[in-house]
Design a protein around this ligand. Structure first.
Ligand SMILES: Cc1ncc(COP(=O)(O)O)c(C=O)c1O
Length: 461
C-alpha cells in the first residue's frame, strides 16, 4: 500500500468515523472500534487500512466486481471517454451508449431496447413505471398490478420495496405503494407442498396462477422475479418451474420482468443471463451490479420490441411515450466501462471459467457438508452459491442469525470475506453466500472453502 496513504490513514479513519453513514450497518460499535476501510484491490484480493490482505469471496461485498479489481483497461476506457464527453442527458445518444446497447442486445436474443439508469432499484422502478403506463394506454388503467415473490428483493426505494419479498428488510419502512401482490417462493428445501422435483416446480408455479385468479387476471400487468433468488437465500428454481411460469404469463397476457441485477452478465456461468438457463422469454430484463463490475455506476432496463412499440405508436397523443429520465443514466462512464467489461469476459473465457469453477466450488462445499452437519443444503449456479445452515438436519431448524454471522466474522479474521443473508427473512438469515469473481481459480476456491471449514469448526465444534 502507498506509504503516504499509510501515514494519513488514521485521519481517514477519524473522518469516516465522524461523518460517514455506512450502508447496512449498526454504528454503535464504531464508538470504540474503527470502521473497516477498504483501501486497495487487485484481482481477487483487497487490502484494508491495516494493510491486511483479504480474499474477496463476494465480489465487492454484494456480487458486483465480477472481473476482479485493478483492471487498467476499464479505467483507461473511462478516462478517455470522460475527457471526450462525460455527460449529456439521455434524451440524446452517446457513442458508448449506442455501442454498448448493440453489444448487450447481441447477448440477449429476443430483446431489443436498452434504457440506461444508475442503480438496480432504479432499473426496476423503470420497468414498474412502464407496466403502469401500458396499463393506462392499453387496458383503461385496470391491468396495473405487479406480482412479486416472497424472498425476492428488487431494491431499496419505496417503490421497489413495495415489491419486496423480505419482511425483515421491509420492516419499519412502510406504508408501501399499492398495486403490488405477493406470490409464494419456490425453495423446495423449505417445501410448501408435499411434492418433489419437477412436480414441486410445477406446483410452485401453479401457486402464482392461483394468485392471478384470485386477483383477477384483467388486473395483473406483470410478474417480477429473480432467476435465482440472491439475498433471500440463493434459491435456484426447481425443475419445471420456469416453463410453467412462462406458460401462465402467456395465458393471462402478463408481462414477465426478470431481475438480473445479481445474476446478469455472467455470474451464473455458460450464459450471459440467468434466465437463459431456463429458456425464458422475458419482456423486461433489469441489470446493474456486474454490468460494469462496479468500475462505474450503470444499470439497464432492457425490453423487447413489443414493449417498446407500445410507447411510440401514436405521435398525436402527447402522453404516448415514456416520460421518464434518469439524470445519471446519461453518464458515459457507465457504458464505456461496460463495453470493456464484456470484452474481458469474452476474451478471457470467463463464462466457461465461471461454469467450471462454480461446479468445483459446489463440489467442495458439498464435501464440507459431509464433514459439518450444520450445512443443511448447498445451492447455486455458476459462481453464485449459498450454504444454508441448520442446527438439526432432520427438523431443518435454521441456526440463529448470530451464529451464521459468527462464521462470517471468523472468516474475516482469517482474511476471507464471505457473505450471509442478513435481516431479510424473519428467522431465516442463515445462508452463507459466496460469489467470488468470475476469474476465480481452484486455488482461490480452495482458500475460501478452507476458511469456511475452519470457521464452521470453531463456531459449531
Ligand atoms: C436482485 C436485486 N435486485 C435489485 C437490487 C437493487 O440494486 P441497487 O442496490 O443497485 O439499487 C439488488 C441489490 O442487491 C438485488 O440483489
Amino acid at each position: 500500500m502507498d506509504g503516504n496513504l499509510l501515514n494519513d490513514i488514521d485521519k481517514v479513519v477519524d473522518a469516516d468515523r465522524a461523518h460517514v453513514w455506512h450502508h447496512l450497518i449498526q454504528h454503535q460499535p464504531f464508538q470504540t472500534g474503527a470502521p473497516r476501510i477498504i483501501v486497495e484491490g487487485k484481482g481477487m484480493r483487497v487490502w484494508d487500512q491495516h494493510g491486511k490482505e483479504h480474499i474477496d469471496a463476494v465480489s465487492g461485498g454484494v456480487w458486483t466486481v465480477n472481473v476482479g479489481y485493478g483492471r487498467e483497461r476499464i479505467a483507461n476506457a473511462i478516462r478517455d471517454q470522460l475527457i471526450k464527453l462525460p455527460y449529456f442527458a439521455g434524451s440524446a445518444g452517446s457513442i458508448p451508449g449506442a455501442l454498448f446497447s448493440e453489444k448487450l442486445i447481441s447477448k440477449m436474443p429476443g430483446m431489443s431496447r436498452v434504457y440506461f439508469t444508475n442503480s438496480g432499484s432504479e432499473a426496476n422502478e423503470k420497468a414498474f413505471k412502464m407496466v403502469r403506463q401500458i396499463a393506462h394506454k392499453r387496458y383503461g388503467g385496470k391491468k396495473y398490478k405487479i406480482l412479486y415473490r416472497e424472498r425476492d428483493y428488487h431494491g431499496s426505494t419505496i417503490g421497489t420495496m413495495s415489491a419486496g419479498g423480505q419482511d425483515e428488510r421491509n420492516a419499519q419502512y412502510g406504508p408501501f405503494a399499492p398495486g403490488f401482490v405477493r406470490v409464494p417462493h419456490c425453495l423446495e428445501y423449505r417445501a410448501q407442498w408435499d411434492l418433489t422435483g419437477e412436480e414441486y416446480g410445477i406446483a410452485a408455479a401453479n401457486a402464482i396462477e392461483e394468485v392471478i385468479l384470485a386477483e383477477g387476471p384483467d388486473t395483473v400487468g406483470a410478474l417480477c422475479l429473480e432467476p435465482v433468488t440472491a439475498g433471500g437465500g440463493v434459491i435456484t428454481p426447481p425443475e419445471g418451474y420456469w416453463p410453467r411460469v412462462q406458460e401462465i404469463c402467456r395465458k393471462y397476457d402478463i408481462l414477465l420482468h426478470i431481475d438480473e441485477v445479481v445474476c446478469g452478465v455472467g455470474r451464473t456461468g455458460t450464459h450471459w443471463f440467468g434466465y437463459q438457463h431456463y429458456g425464458v422469454e422475458p419482456d423486461f430484463v433489469t441489470m446493474a451490479k456486474g454490468v460494469a463490475s462496479g468500475y462505474a455506476a450503470i444499470a439497464c432496463c432492457v425490453t423487447n420490441e413489443k414493449v417498446f412499440d407500445m410507447f411510440k405508436d401514436d405521435i398525436e397523443d402527447p402522453l404516448n411515450y415514456f416520460r421518464d429520465i434518469s439524470t445519471f443514466g446519461g453518464c458515459t462512464a457507465g457504458p464505456a466501462a461496460a463495453l470493456e467489461n464484456v470484452a474481458i469476459i469474452e476474451e478471457e473465457g470467463l463464462l466457461e471459467n465461471t461454469t467450471q469453477m462454480g461446479d468445483y466450488m459446489m463440489d467442495q462445499l458439498n464435501a464440507l457438508a459431509d464433514k459439518h452437519a450444520v450445512i443443511g443444503q448447498v445451492r447455486g449456479k455458476g459462481l453464485f452459491l449459498g450454504a444454508e445452515l441448520v442446527s438439526d438436519r432432520a427438523s431443518k431448524e435454521p441456526v440463529p442469525e448470530k451464529q451464521a454471522q459468527a462464521v462470517v466474522a471468523d472468516c474475516m479474521a482469517q482474511g476471507t470475506i464471505i457473505g450471509v443473508t442478513n435481516r431479510s427473512i424473519p428467522g431465516f438469515n442463515n445462508t452463507l453466500c459466496f460469489s467470488p469473481a468470475l476469474i476465480s481459480t481452484k486455488d482461490d476456491i480452495d482458500q475460501i472453502v478452507a476458511s469456511v471449514d475452519e470457521a464452521l469448526g470453531r463456531v459449531f465444534g
